[in-house]
Design a binder for this molecule. Structure first.
Ligand code: COA
Length: 382
C-alpha cells in the first residue's frame, strides 16, 4: 500500500444554515478543501451522509455533488454508517489512494437536519427498530441508559458528565465555526432542561446543518506542496450489536475499542503516544466511555479523569479541541470529516486560540448509533 496524506481541508460553519441548501454547503466545503490543497483534478469522491432522503428528500447524492462541484464524470458515491458516515467515507477514500488506483480523492460529509424533517424519527432509524424504536426509545434515551449503567458500575457522577460539556463548550467558544460558541458552567448543565434522565439539553449534541471535506493524495504528491505534510498512518473500523440489550455490558463500547486497537496496530502507536483526539461526544457520557475505550484512562475512570482536567486544552491528552459535537455541532454525516479537519489544523499548528502545544500524533474517532459502528484514524505530522 502507498502512504497517504491529507493535503487539503475545508468546512462550513455548523449551525442552522437556513439560506443554503444541501448541495450549497457541500460545494462550499469542497471548494475550501480544493483551494487549500491547490489541486486542479479530483479523481473520485466519497460523500458521507446519514439520511439526506429523510432530512431533505434527496438521495443519490454522490452523483449530485460531483455534478454540482463541476466534476460531472468522476466516480462518486455516498457512504452510510449512521453518524459515522463521514469517517467511513474517509476510510474508503484512504484505501482508494493507498491501493494506487487513484491519486487525488475528495472525501466529504454533509447533512442538513434543520429543514423541517422529524429529526428524532430520522435519527432513530439508526437504532434497532424492532427492539428499541418500536418501544419508544430515542437516542438521548439510549445514551441515558448507558449513563445510568456507568454511574451504577463506577460511581460516575452527574458533575463529572457535566464537566465534558463545560470543557467542550469552552473549546467551542474559541472556534468560529461552532454552532454554540459559548461557555457554560457545571450548574447550567445540571439545571438545563432534562431530555432523558439523567442527561440534560446541555449534555446533548444539537441538531445541525453543515459540511466538511478533505483531499487525500499519496505522500509523494503531498511532499511537493508547501503545506506541512500530515500522514494518515492508521485506520481501524469495527461494529457491535445495534441493540443495547444484546450487549454483555452497557458501559462498554466494543466497536470503539476494537476500531482503536486496529488503528493503533496499523500505525504502530500506543495511546500514550497520542497528542490529541477528536472523539464522538454525541452525549456527555459518550465521551467518558470513549476516553476509556481509546486507552487514555482505565475502564471506569473516565469521569474523574475529565473532571480533573486531563482532557482539557492544556491537559495530558486534549480531547475535542474543536468543541466536539456538543459545542461545534453535529450534522451527523459531516461530523467524521470535521474531526479530521480539526486534527489536521492542530498538526499543522494552525488552530489559533485552540492550538495545543507541538502535537505530533492526533486521532479522530467517529461512531454510529449507540456505538454499533466506529472508525478511528491516526494522523502524524511528517
Ligand atoms: N445544546 C445547547 N443549546 C441547545 C441545544 C443543545 N444541544 N439544542 C438546542 N439548544 C438551544 C437552541 O439554540 C434554543 O436556544 P434559543 O431559545 O436561545 O434560540 C433552545 O436551546 C431551544 O432549542 P430547540 O431547537 O427548541 O430545542 P429542542 O428541544 O427542539 O432540541 C434537543 C433540543 C437536545 C432535544 C435536540 O438538540 C436533540 O435531539 N439533540 C440530540 C441529537 C441527537 O440525538 N443526535 C444523534 C446523536 S447519536
Amino acid at each position: 500500500m502507498r502512504e497517504v496524506a491529507v493535503i487539503g481541508i475545508g468546512m462550513t460553519k455548523f449551525g442552522e444554515l437556513w439560506t443554503k441548501s444541501l448541495r450549497d454547503i457541500f460545494v462550499e466545503a469542497a471548494m475550501a478543501a480544493i483551494d487549500d490543497a491547490k489541486v486542479d483534478q479530483i479523481g473520485s469522491m466519497y460523500v458521507g451522509s446519514m439520511t439526506p432522503g429523510l432530512f431533505v428528500g434527496q438521495e443519490h447524492i454522490g452523483a449530485l455533488m460531483a455534478d454540482y462541484l463541476g466534476t460531472p464524470s468522476i466516480p462518486a458515491m455516498r457512504v452510510e454508517s449512521a453518524c459515522c458516515s463521514g469517517g467511513m467515507a474517509f476510510r474508503a477514500g484512504f484505501f482508494e489512494v493507498a491501493s494506487g488506483h487513484t491519486d487525488v480523492v475528495l472525501v466529504g460529509g454533509v447533512e442538513k437536519m434543520n429543514d423541517g424533517a422529524d429529526v428524532t424519527y430520522a435519527l432513530a432509524t439508526a437504532a434497532d427498530q424492532e427492539y428499541e424504536v418500536y418501544q419508544g426509545v430515542t437516542f438521548p434515551g439510549l445514551y441515558a441508559l448507558i449513563a445510568r449503567a456507568h454511574m451504577h458500575a463506577y460511581g460516575t457522577t452527574r458533575e463529572q458528565m457535566a464537566a465534558v460539556s463545560v470543557k467542550n463548550h469552552h473549546n467551542g467558544s474559541l472556534n468560529e465555526r461552532a454552532q454554540f460558541p459559548r461557555e457554560v458552567t457545571v450548574e447550567q448543565v445540571l439545571n438545563a432542561t432534562l431530555v432523558a434522565d439523567p442527561l440534560t439539553m446541555l449534555e446533548c449534541s444539537p441538531v445541525s446543518d453543515g459540511a466538511a471535506c478533505a483531499i487525500l493524495a499519496p505522500l509523494a504528491i503531498a511532499k511537493k506542496l508547501s503545506m506541512p505534510v500530515i500522514k494518515v498512518i492508521g485506520t481501524g473500523a469495527a461494529t457491535d450489536t445495534l441493540a443495547l440489550h444484546a450487549r454483555e455490558d452497557l458501559t462498554t463500547l466494543k466497536a470503539v475499542k476494537l476500531s482503536a486497537q486496529s488503528a493503533y496496530k496499523m500505525a504502530g502507536v500506543k495511546p500514550t503516544d497520542v497528542s490529541l483526539a477528536e472523539v464522538h461526544d454525541c452525549f456527555s457520557i459518550a465521551e467518558i466511555c470513549i476516553v476509556e475505550e481509546l486507552g487514555f484512562v482505565e475502564k471506569g475512570k473516565g469521569g474523574p479523569f475529565t473532571e480533573q482536567g486531563h482532557t482539557a486544552l492544556d491537559g495530558k491528552i486534549p480531547v475535542n479541541t474543536s468543541g466536539g459535537l456538543k459545542s461545534k455541532g453535529h450534522p451527523v454525516g459531516a461530523t467524521g470529516i470535521a474531526q479530521v479537519c480539526e486534527i489536521v489544523e492542530q498538526l499543522r499548528g494552525a488552530a489559533g486560540k485552540r492550538q495545543v502545544k507541538d502535537p505530533k500524533i492526533g486521532i479522530a474517532q467517529n461512531m454510529g448509533g449507540s456505538g454499533a459502528s466506529s472508525v478511528v484514524h491516526v494522523f502524524k505530522k511528517e
